[in-house]
Design a protein around this ligand. Structure first.
Ligand code: FES
Length: 99
């Protein structure tokens, strides 16, 4: 999926892995990966903004917040989670596990 150094802290980055469109967000030396599709009206979360303190991403369309760690919705209008993926960082490389 690329080098950890390719990810700027707090800047969502769209990723294409297998047949999926994902969004990756780096916070410190961790990377979180979710489906790049808001569960409210399918807007790309990669266009949203990240709250580094709460470790959440805000959808740019209507403002729903999602927890980066597990994709759970933290505010309306979203009520359903978005998919999240396990990530490993090995030797400075980011690997995402897509089932
Ligand atoms: S499309 Fe994301 S909050 Fe509505």
């Amino acid at each position: 999926m690329g080098a950890l150094d390719d990810f700027v802290v707090g800047e969502p980055r769209q990723l294409h892995v297998a047949d999926k469109v994902l969004v990756g967000v780096r916070i410190d030396d961790e990377v979180f990966v979710l489906d790049d599709r808001c569960s409210h009206e399918e807007f790309p979360l990669s266009e949203g903004t990240v709250d580094l303190y709460s470790c959440e991403i805000e959808c740019a369309r209507h403002g729903a917040m999602f927890r980066l760690r597990d994709g759970e919705p933290m505010s309306l209008p979203a009520t359903k989670p978005v998919g999240y993926y396990e990530v490993a960082i090995r030797d400075g490389r980011v690997e995402v596990f897509v089932p």
